[in-house]
Design a protein around this ligand. Structure first.
Ligand code: PLP
Length: 218
């Protein structure tokens, strides 16, 4: 039961932590069920799926986007979301800023830091994020809210913890260095398999799919 899963997870999370329910590949009915159990924030990873669910659902839910976003798909995503968690390139950031200017909307984003071992994984290197944050004035339509990361996909907890530790330390460094960026406070780390470890490493936001909705059908 989705409501049982949600209650079980909530019991394990500190009250100030944000639980994002990852509803990708699950039907709108599952989202409604989670909503009725009190969940308000949902995340999707594919533009088309986000747009169709956002238009279909008749409930005041909050949407986050967590997948790779191509710049030609911005209009399917940006009108609906309160946070883009997965900004992974300078080109994308510039295009989001431009869309924000054209539509008079400031877009809240997290910058995705490449932390896992997988070479294919998206994300910035530390130096690139520093460059961006030294130049926030170039992005008047972006609100920088923090970092997102995905740990290496492994059963070896020491590797996952090392990944989380790295992003947690970098986050602390950025908060110190850019103290005037008062919105830059969110650290989105932790998924179904590793959120308990993420809680030990400064997570302020977990993104949980399978542990709430069950396995995805591809
Ligand atoms: C799918 C996805 C999740 C949720 O994964 P689960 O293992 O189902 O909890 C979290 N973050 C991102 C970026 C995802 O794509």
């Amino acid at each position: 039961m989705i409501s049982d899963n949600l209650n079980l997870i909530r019991q394990q999370l500190p009250s100030e932590l944000t639980l994002v329910a990852v509803s990708k590949f699950h039907p709108v009915g599952a989202i409604v069920e989670a909503y009725e159990a009190g969940q308000r924030i949902f995340a999707e990873s594919r533009p088309q799926e986000l747009e169709s669910k956002a238009l279909e659902i008749q409930l005041p839910v909050e949407w986050h986007f967590i997948g790779h976003l191509q710049t030609n798909k911005l209009k399917m995503v940006l009108p609906y979301v309160s946070l883009v968690q997965s900004v992974d390139s300078l080109h994308l950031l510039k295009e989001i800023n431009k869309w924000g200017a054209d539509n008079s909307k400031v877009i809240s984003v997290l910058l995705e830091l490449h932390i896992g071992a997988e070479e294919t994984k998206q994300g910035f290197f530390e130096e690139e994020i520093l460059d961006i944050l030294f130049n926030v004035s170039s992005f008047p339509y972006i609100r920088f809210c923090g970092l997102m990361g995905m740990a290496t996909n492994t059963d070896d907890e020491s590797i996952v913890e090392a990944d989380f530790d790295r992003i947690d330390s970098f986050m602390a460094y950025l908060v110190e260095l850019f103290g005037e960026l008062t919105d830059f406070r969110q650290l989105s780390i932790g998924m179904s398999s590793d959120y308990k470890l993420a809680l030990k490493h400064g997570s302020t936001m977990v993104r949980i799919g399978t542990a709430i909705f069950g396995p995805r059908e591809y």
